[in-house]
Design a protein around this ligand. Structure first.
Ligand SMILES: Cc1cc2nc3c(=O)[nH]c(=O)nc-3n(C[C@H](O)[C@H](O)[C@H](O)COP(=O)(O)O)c2cc1C
Length: 178
């Protein structure tokens, strides 16, 4: 494994990867990525998420179909499906919200950055049919599918996608309607 990238470099250079080499992901690197999710913060440290690592080719193809035919998903040697477990989650973020989606999303984001830092690519997939993914992988009714990501060696180097300016996103002291 090459030396992992510095965190700020990883944040600045990560891209969503939609083309992958067939090269398998070494077990130790997969574990490194999964462990980065394990170390993610969560509300009340509840860790209300699960990750399913899908390597079976037939299952991957079914996940493509469940993801509106986003074919690149199956180009990667494996797909990680991340679920939130509402029953385990802190229920009242801000007094109104279950944390299971937030906590699962933080775990996923740790994985996307850790993967990039060690030379692997990912792409958040939020465009999927939950009931289909649930059926394909045997996910119970009380567990929610939050997102999928392929994981593999990138076969493209996409340009940076645009971002709003900080001034358009950040306010000081008071909310200012635009
Ligand atoms: C919650 C979420 C859902 C997304 N769903 C998809 C998706 O279904 N398919 C896809 O190709 N990209 C998806 N993306 C990737 C975004 O399009 C991408 O992050 C954005 O365009 C910025 O590009 P970058 O990730 O290369 O910086 C998703 C990203 C997020 C955070």
């Amino acid at each position: 494994m090459r030396d992992p990238m510095d965190l700020m470099d990883a944040i600045k250079t990560r891209r969503s990867i939609r083309k992958y080499k067939e090269t398998p992901v070494p077990e130790n690197l997969l574990k490194e990525v999964l462990n980065s999710a394990r170390l993610a913060p969560s509300a009340d440290n509840a860790q209300p998420w699960r990750a399913i690592v899908v390597m079976d080719e037939q299952l991957k193809l079914k996940l493509v179909a469940a993801s509106y035919n986003q074919k690149f998903l199956a180009l990667a040697p494996l797909v990680i499906v991340v679920c939130g477990v509402p029953d385990e989650a802190f229920q009242t973020i801000g007094g109104y919200m279950s944390a299971h989606v937030i906590d699962a999303a933080i775990a996923i984001d740790h994985m996307t950055l850790a993967a990039h830092a060690i030379g692997l690519g990912t792409c958040w997939i939020g465009w999927f049919k939950e009931d289909k993914v649930r059926e394909i992988l045997g996910i119970p009714e009380d567990v929610r599918v939050v997102a999928l990501t392929p994981l593999g060696y990138p076969d493209e180097s996409p340009e940076r996608t645009p971002r709003k300016n900080l001034d358009d996103l950040v306010m000081y002291d008071k909310y200012k309607a635009t």
